[in-house]
Every structure is written in structure tokens, then in C-alpha cells.
Design a protein around this ligand. Sequence first.
Ligand code: UDP
Ligand code: MG
Length: 342
Amino acid sequence: MAAVPSGRDPVDPVLSVVVPVFDEEAVLPMFAQRLRPVLDGLAEPYEVLVVDDGSRDASPVILQRERRTWPQLRIVRLRTNAGHQAALSAGLARARGAWVATLDADLQDPPEVVPEMLAAARAERADVVYGVRNDRSTDSVFKRLTARLYYRVMRRLLGGHVPDDAGDFRLMSRATVEAVNCLPEHHRVLRLVVPALGFPSTRVMYRREERAAGRTKYPLSRMIRLSVDSLTGFSVAPLRLATWFGLGGALVTALLLAAALVAFVSDKTVPGWTSTFAAVAAVGTVQLLCLGLLGEYVGRLYTQMQGRPAYYVAHDSLEDVVAAPARTAGEPTAPELTADLR
Ligand code: UDP
Ligand code: MG
């Protein structure tokens, strides 16, 4: 059995499945159809916590419709689109389960793997179970190449504890979730934050499927943002790059000076436009790059100092359930509905 930490409410579910959703009307009915039998089959109390990340399509309507027949479905609506990682953070902050799984709504992470993860966590007494993709053949060549580069750089900078090819499909114990919730960071990159905790972990392999419907919400600009947040959130190595550039520049300058002196002494002064131009351009580029790097860290400090929340919750369907007794007689009472959620 799951070790239910003390201090939790006895009606709290054993498993919470956190699902960030942004404009996923095309895939949500399919998603519900596939996830529900898997979780019902567990024969343990669970909740599916869908974080509607400010969807502008029919996703909220579809979710409400699903909820009518699926009492374990809980919908947390964010006021505005806060981004994948922030939506996940919102879900983790509100999930009540002794175990919390996070998976995408597009069925790229097969729901059938969740029970496997739970079994692995219990059997191996692990706090974290990473879903590791052993086959990315359904991803585009560009996505595969950039993903390989991303994980390689992250492993190099952060050390071996970053599992290769583990995205945001994972199962975490309550202790892990509480630890993540306590972190003060705003631009949390969960796929790095969780391994960095260093809690006992194991992994389950799975095949990454193709997006069941709809389009990716991760255009190149968001992928770059995630990479920059990953880098600056976990390492000051990029700042040191500036020093290396500076040293390299000094060396090149010394060589150029020597060459200039030789040319001067031997009376072979050249017009020198090309070399001057190249040197100015190179120095300018390096300076801008270093300034940009500094800017990233200063920007991070600035937003951190402002202390603005990464997301705003507009509505949590769980609160309707708790508020129910105040409504008209004849409606189901709170304990009945709360029990439903188990
Ligand atoms: N998502 C979100 N907010 C966003 C962007 C994406 O909640 O601003 C959700 C999206 O609905 C999906 C998951 O995050 O469930 C992963 O997004 P997507 O599948 O588009 O990313 P990809 O798999 O292409 O990297
Ligand atoms: Mg996807």
C-alpha cells in the first residue's frame, strides 16, 4: 500500500493525475475515454486534476461535460495562459494524492503506463518514477535533434542525475511534491527541478506516441524559452562563458598586436580595412552576447524579486463541491459529493 503521510485528509485520493490543457478540444474526449478505464482499473481512490491553462477553444465546455459523468475529474481553470510549466506547478500545488502523476493531454504519454509507474514506485520504494522515452520515432527530426542537444547540455551542466529523454511524464510521492511546492523559483523547469532534489528514483520505459489530435503548443520560441530557463535556472556556467570569450579575445588581440608591430617595423603597413572591420565586428558580437547573458540572469533576479505569482487560479471545481451545502435543499450534500471524489 502507499505510504500515506500523516497530516493528509483521510478522504484524499491515493493518486492524483495532473494534466495541463491548453486549447486541446480535439483530443480531450479521446483522452478521457482512454484515461478513465485505466484509473478505474486501479481500484484505488484517485482524482484527475485538469489544469485548464486559459484555453480559448471549447476545452472548458468539453471538460465540464466530462465532469458530469466522471466525478473524479477536477478542473482547475487558470485566469490566463501561464504556460506548460506554470500549469503543471498549479496542478502540483493543488493535487491531494499520496502519489501525483503528471501527463500531457495529447496522449503522447500513454495513460496505461501510470499504473506501471505506481507499481514500480511501491516495489522499489522510490519517490520519483521517470517516464523515459525509448522510442522517439514519431517525433520530427528537428524535435529529436534539439531534444538530444538539450538533454546532453543539461546533463553536462547539472551532472548525471538528469535522466536522458525524460520529459514531464513522471510519478512523484507526496514528499517530492511538497518539496517542489516549497521551492521559491518562478521559472520552474520541473524536468530539472525534480531530478535536482536527488530523491530515490526509478524509471519506466515507454514508447512516445504521436499527438492524437490537435497541434503542438510548443513552437520554436517556447522551446528556446524553456532551454534558456533551464540553463539560467540551474547553472552559472553561461556567465563564465563571458570570461572565456574575454580571455580568447585577449589572446587574439595580442597576436594581432604582434603582427601589427612586425608589419610596422618591416615597413609593410597594410591599408588594414578588412582586419579592422573583422576585429570590431567580432568584439562587438562577443560583447553583445555577454551582455545578453548577463541580462538573462538580471532578468531572472528581477522577476524573482517582484515575487509575482507564475499563475492565477480562476476556479477550482473542488471548491464547488465543498460549497454545496449552502445551495438549495435537494442538492447532494458535501460529504456525499466529497465521497464521490475518492
Ligand atoms: N500546454 C499548456 N499550456 C501551454 C502549452 C501547452 O498547458 O501554454 C499543455 C498542452 O495542452 C499539452 C502539454 O502542455 O497537454 C504539452 O504540450 P504539447 O503537447 O503542445 O507539447 P509537445 O508535446 O509538442 O512538446
Ligand atoms: Mg505533446
